[in-house]
Ligand binder design. Structure first.
Ligand code: ADE
Length: 230
């Protein structure tokens, strides 16, 4: 799986790319992440990538030419071309089905904005998939792009040591449920005990307990996920 991140602040990704699971996936050749500085495609002497909005108003708007030309050059630099994903609070809200859809793409170009937003013609020309990581406004798309990469690579075969563990994640089964409670040693800590059933060795009963636990948690904390099933 290949990611190309187009940003004005490529250095924001540095620390993240060097962390354990992703670093290992890159070393094993399962994932590639390339960063590209949109400013390198700026035409003016001062390398301006933003300008004041027509019609007035606060803030600056990302210019159409450097963004479109950066995307075109990055697409041409490797094949096949990738799906262009624009990180914006106006996009489709990221959830596990969308993560799975993106993981099926093979190559993604993640386009990160700054300032007040993108010149609308960037969307008209590139027809990106617009994705939001939640109903709040970040200072730019970089953190959102890292969220997308972090969620997507879990679904790339071989990235997780144990393939079963991504299938057991919250939201990842056929139904969108929260994960059941997990415990490890010790069996008791400050009077808090591990439920007896998990120590019973009766695996069909444990599986049933976990399924009920998932359902109950989801009903208590995220009833909206159960409503979505109807
Ligand atoms: N850029 C700014 N806010 C964002 C959000 N909520 N999701 C994705 N990209 C963003």
């Amino acid at each position: 799986m290949r990611f190309d991140v187009l940003t004005l602040f490529p250095e924001m990704l540095g620390g993240y790319l060097g962390q354990s699971l992703l670093k290992l996936a890159i070393q094993r050749g399962l994932v590639e992440v390339h960063t590209h500085n949109i400013r390198d495609w700026a035409k003016s002497k001062h390398q301006n990538v933003d300008d004041r909005p027509f019609g007035g108003g606060p803030g600056m708007v990302l210019k159409v030419e450097p963004v479109v030309e950066c995307v075109e050059a990055v697409q041409a630099a490797a094949s096949p071309p990738g799906r262009v994903v624009m990180l914006t609070p106006q996009g489709r809200r990221l959830n596990q089905p969308l993560v799975a859809e993106l993981a099926g793409q093979g190559r993604l170009l993640l386009l990160c904005g700054r300032y007040e937003g993108f010149d609308e013609r960037i969307k008209e020309i590139l027809r990106p998939e617009e994705v939001s990581i939640g109903d709040f406004v970040l200072n730019g798309g970089e953190v959102a792009a890292m969220v997308v990469i972090d969620a997507v690579i879990r679904l790339v075969p071989g990235v997780l040591g144990d393939e079963e563990s991504s299938r057991q994640d919250s939201f990842s089964g056929e139904r969108q449920l929260l994960e059941f409670a997990q415990y490890t040693r010790p069996r008791e800590y400050r009077g808090h005990k591990v439920p007896d059933i998990l120590l019973s060795g009766d695996h069909p009963r444990i599986a049933r307990w976990r399924a009920e636990e998932s359902e109950q948690r989801t009903r208590e904390r995220r009833a909206d996920l159960l409503d979505d099933e109807e």
